[in-house]
Design a protein around this ligand. Sequence first.
Ligand SMILES: NC(=O)c1ccc[n+]([C@@H]2O[C@H](COP(=O)([O-])OP(=O)(O)OC[C@H]3O[C@@H](n4cnc5c(N)ncnc54)[C@H](OP(=O)(O)O)[C@@H]3O)[C@@H](O)[C@H]2O)c1
Length: 122
Amino acid sequence: MEGSPVAENEKTNVNERKKIFVAGATGSTGKRIVEQLLAKGFAVKAGVLDLDKAKTSLSENPALQIVKADVTEGPTKLAEAIGDDAEAVICATGFRPSWDLLAPWKVSLSCGSGMVEFLIYA
Ligand SMILES: NC(=O)c1ccc[n+]([C@@H]2O[C@H](COP(=O)([O-])OP(=O)(O)OC[C@H]3O[C@@H](n4cnc5c(N)ncnc54)[C@H](OP(=O)(O)O)[C@@H]3O)[C@@H](O)[C@H]2O)c1
């Protein structure tokens, strides 16, 4: 109906929305990014380390898909997780403390570089 306050995310069918892959979606930054993308009418594929944690920390939404994605597991696995329908990847990963001195580098830079046209770092 003309002039009715229909929210942007209700205008398009879930399957017609542009999909964004968010790595590190359970983190404090990632969660906010996911919420904002859904509110703006995007579909979101949330890449997470822990599916159970994601189910409790991300709210249910028909436009939200949750997949396991460890960005340090290599490009093949990460590409499988991202899939072929994501318009962009947003990297909101942050490393966990570990003995691996390269962990911060791996977690930040393995985030889909070279796999997608648009790669955005939080
Ligand atoms: N531009 C800005 O203004 C701004 C502001 C704040 C933060 N940031 C950046 O955003 C990033 C995240 O910060 P944050 O404070 O949100 O950190 P955080 O709360 O610790 O979240 C980090 C996220 O990364 C996930 N993660 C860790 N290792 C991973 C791996 N190997 N593969 C996939 N996911 C992995 C964590 O999963 P688990 O929850 O399962 O551990 C968690 O979801 C950092 O790079 C930070 O510099 C930018």
